[in-house]
Design a protein around this ligand. Structure first.
Ligand code: ATP
Ligand code: MG
Length: 265
């Protein structure tokens, strides 16, 4: 199915299909010091091509939820259903700290999942070349991680996670360690990559500004046990430029989300 051009913030409800159903998910961790109730009754449906951010206080279970979606953790109860069976095997994960292999250059790092998964087909190799281009890394293909800036490393991580053309991209605070200016640039870059590759993205952040800037919807979670407090639909025209942050609508969203979070940005 072709996803319509993103001229507007929200994916067209009439056309886009549901790709992921999170139903009544609870997660308890059993540790030596007792039981932690990390997630409580999480219900959320995600549409194909949607960009959804998750924001909430530290320890409210955001990473846990992403790990459950990536099948790295099991829910204690509830279920995860994918609209199409194939989607659950097509997940790219960008972790908070970029973990590039220091002895491999940018191109080799980007191709790494393809080698591991034995998916280094011509089509996939061409995709990586294309992604490196749109991520502005074309002339750094031979560079090693220690020759890159923090933002460039994160861009390589994003390219790497997209190398096998996953349907869904899970991103756990990918820009948390970056300075404000680089982070702004990465937000623009990510919006562009998302727009061009038409992925479904679940994005964790601690920044309300970042969440509003990037998202179709922002999911606000409560302190532990993490529950969904509120879901905001961000109705701002795309593509968004940094100037959007000066607009009344943008400021209003930020204020409302901050109120729900209790000034917790
Ligand atoms: N493997 C684990 N074993 C035991 N407890 C865990 C484990 N992983 C997470 N927890 C606990 O579950 C709760 C939620 O953790 P999680 O990492 O999901 O939070 P988070 O919202 O991502 O926080 P942050 O914003 O700080 O990254 C925390 O209390 C944490 O201590
Ligand atoms: Mg986390």
């Amino acid at each position: 199915m072709t996803i319509p051009a993103r001229t507007h913030s929200t994916v067209d409800d009439q056309i886009a299909k549901d790709i992921l159903f999170i139903k009544g998910v609870n997660k308890f961790y059993e540790t030596q010091s007792g039981t932690t109730h990390a997630l409580e009754n999480i219900n959320l449906t995600i549409k194909e091509g949607e960009f959804v951010s998750i924001i909430g206080p530290s320890g409210c279970g955001k990473s846990t939820l992403l790990k459950i979606l990536a099948n790295l953790e099991k829910p204690s109860s509830g279920e995860i259903n994918w609209g199409e069976k194939s989607s659950k095997d097509q997940i790219g994960f960008v972790f908070q700290d970029s973990t590039l292999l220091p002895w491999k250059n940018v191109l080799e790092n980007s191709l790494f999942p393809l080698k591991v998964k034995k998916m280094d087909t011509r089509e996939n190799l061409e995709r990586v070349e294309y992604l490196l281009k749109i991520a502005g890394l074309d002339s750094f293909k031979k560079a090693y991680p220690n020759e890159l800036s923090g933002g460039m490393k994160q861009r390589v991580s994003i390219v790497r996670s997209l190398s096998f053309d996953p349907k869904v991209l899970l991103m756990d605070e990918p820009f948390g360690a970056l300075d404000a200016m680089t982070r702004d640039k990465m937000n623009i870059e990510l919006q562009r990559i998302w727009n061009e590759t038409k992925k479904t993205v679940l994005f964790i952040t601690h920044s309300i500004n970042e969440a509003v800037f990037l998202s179709d919807r922002v999911v606000v979670m409560s302190p532990r046990p993490g529950r969904i407090d509120r879901v905001f639909t961000i109705d701002l025209i795309r593509p968004r430029t940094v100037d959007v942050r000066e607009t009344i609508d943008f400021v209003k969203y930020v204020k409302e989300i901050r109120e729900v979070l209790g000034n917790d940005d």
